[in-house]
Write a protein that binds this ligand. Structure first.
Ligand code: GAP
Length: 534
């Protein structure tokens, strides 16, 4: 059966994907009836199933049935579910109180906040810089630009008042244009000149309104709360910004109770919270999200081998769930990006995915970090509890080194949604979701062609037979075309239709979502058909 060609990420519209997610019950803005709350999202019925399927696939493939390691033997991994709120000293030891900061800039005009390193991208995505380039008659990619001063003055007095009211050019056109000079170098230089109030140092323009941004200030990303009835310094606590620390805190408990030996891993899935300065790109960067993390404890001499193993394994795993090889990329962190725990010279690899909003580039999906003995040593020093391990085979006492594959569950859902989203003008739905059958929220649908003549009873019997094994939906409403369209948007790989012939010859029509091919199989072969494919 021929499979249709894949659609390049750059040709997929995020607006259309977000609209489909809302329309079909994958993801809704949180608190929508109150106008929403920036950086928070709710998962609807289909989104919850999609997320649970991804979560279960990860848990199954790492904890229930771990992969084979470099020596061909299954790895030793155990699960954990630690508390979101821990003793605040945990976050001092981990370095998050002192070092988990992002540089933040505020617009002096519209008061919006921005993450400093996001501003250049946001400027290139926003509309007013393009309008300014048109008014100035310059090519944004050019150098040594000579802007059209009259064009800019006219723009400042009319359209710019709406699209970029914060620009110094709009507030004081004559003085800004006089101070600007005639040749400005790059387009970034021109935008800065338009945003700089007369007599002041060159400003970074606000992506939203063109106003001037403050110098970057460090902003801690942890959400704070208070434990107990009294709100004072002693009661201050934090919502965890990563699930990892809960694992380090329980490393001793697991060693003492589970008879595990180094090398072994502890896996955890759960919520993490970060007060992101600029949450954006749908669920890509949100303030509440879920992570799937493994801390892999090993002998320091073996850490590099395990690091390479985990990088390769994790990339392959995402591919096995349907992310195409050409949309995945393994990128080594630059020295200036390394987290405070990353080991010198080893660092972190990101498994990146080509999202529609990053294409042709990539965005982080999972990080694989070499954390050395940083965290265990920090907790040993701060808590006074020994974190050493006695290795009987080597007759050696040491603090294990840690390799950490840390994936975003929420971001994984976004990657699956982006990969699956396939525009197809030939279909009634104009789009279908090409999920890998393992993660599809509905794996099989059963339709009686018409809601009479004994067909609903046969359909209900088949549905009852399948639903205990696969996520199955029985749909009896509207025309068969509309039912197929609904299942295409939900990404259901197989639909089984009971029609008049079924009652005669005990066969049903199977419709394949991707190829649209239809075939007839015996109703008694449906289970076998699904077992082979799911
Ligand atoms: N324990 C290591 C750690 O937390 P990280 O790179 O900060 O490392 C790991 O986060 C993964 O968590 C990322 O690769 C990403 O998939 C996900 N993630 C991080 N911040 C996120 C956010 N604000 N929204 C959604 N997912 C996020």
């Amino acid at each position: 059966m021929s499979e249709p060609a894949t659609v390049p990420p750059a040709d997929k519209s995020m607006d259309e994907l977000v609209a489909l997610c809302k329309r079909r019950g994958f993801i809704f803005p949180a608190s929508e009836v109150y106008g929403g709350i920036n950086g928070f999202w709710d998962y609807g019925p289909l989104g919850t199933d999609l997320k649970n399927n991804l979560r279960d696939a990860w848990w199954n493939d790492l904890v229930r049935s771990p992969p084979a390691g470099p020596d061909g033997q299954p790895l030793s991994l155990v699960g954990l579910d630690s508390s979101i709120i821990q003793n605040p000293r945990v976050w001092e030891a981990s370095g998050h109180v002192g070092g988990f900061n992002d540089p933040m800039q505020t617009c002096r005009q519209c008061k919006k906040l921005f993450r400093a390193d996001h501003v250049p991208d946001m400027l290139s995505e926003s509309d007013w810089p393009k309008a300014a380039a048109d008014a100035a008659g310059v090519d944004p990619a050019g150098t040594e630009l000579t802007p059209d001063v009259d064009g800019l003055r006219k723009w400042a007095q009319r359209k710019a008042k709406k699209v970029a009211p914060g620009l110094a050019l709009v507030r004081d056109p004559d003085n800004v244009l006089t101070a600007m000079g005639s040749s400005l170098g790059s387009f970034a230089g021109l935008l800065a000149a338009l945003a700089t109030p007369p007599g002041e140092e060159a400003a970074t323009p606000c992506p939203a309104c063109g106003g001037d941004l403050t110098a970057p200030r460090q902003f801690n990303l942890m959400f704070e709360t208070f434990v107990g009835a009294v709100r004072n310094e002693d009661a201050r606590a934090y919502l965890r910004p990563e699930t990892a620390q809960g694992i380090f805190l329980n490393y001793r408990n697991v060693l003492d109770t589970m008879r595990v030996k180094v090398p072994f891993g502890i896996a955890q899935i759960g919520k993490a919270f970060r007060n992101e300065v600029t949450p954006r790109n749908f669920i890509f960067r949100s303030r509440e999200f879920e992570q799937m993390e493994v801390e892999w404890f090993c002998h320091p001499n073996d850490a590099q081998t395990w690091y390479e193993f985990w990088c390769a394994h994790r990339r392959e795993w995402w591919q096995g769930l349907g992310l195409s090889a050409e949309n995945l990329y393994l990128r080594s962190h630059d020295a200036d990006e390394l987290a405070h725990y990353a080991k010198d010279g080893c660092g972190t690899y990101d498994i990146e995915y080509r999202f529609p909003f990053t294409a042709p580039g990539y965005g982080e999906l999972e990080g694989v970090a070499h954390r050395s003995d940083f965290d265990l040593r920090q907790h040993q020093e701060h808590s006074g509890t020994k974190m050493e391990y006695f290795d009987q085979e080597r007759n050696e006492r040491y603090i294990p080194h840690v390799i950490e594959p840390s994936a975003g569950l929420s971001r994984g859902v976004l990657a699956l949604l982006c990969e699956a989203f396939t525009p197809d003008p030939e279909r009634p739905s104009k789009v279908y979701m090409r999920f890998h059958p393992r993660v599809a929220p509905i794996q099989a649908a059963v339709f009686p062609l018409v809601n009479k003549d004994g067909m609903p009873e046969v359909a209900a019997k088949l549905y009852n037979d399948l639903r205990g094994t696969w996520k199955t939906q029985l749909d009896v409403k509207q025309t068969i075309g509309k039912r197929y369209a609904r299942m295409d948007e939900a990404g259901t790989p197989f639909c089984f239709t009971i029609d008049g012939d079924t009652l005669q010859d005990q066969t049903v029509t199977v419709r394949h979502r991707d190829s649209l091919q239809q075939e007839r199989i015996g109703i008694d072969r449906v289970r076998e058909f699904l077992t082979e494919r799911l």
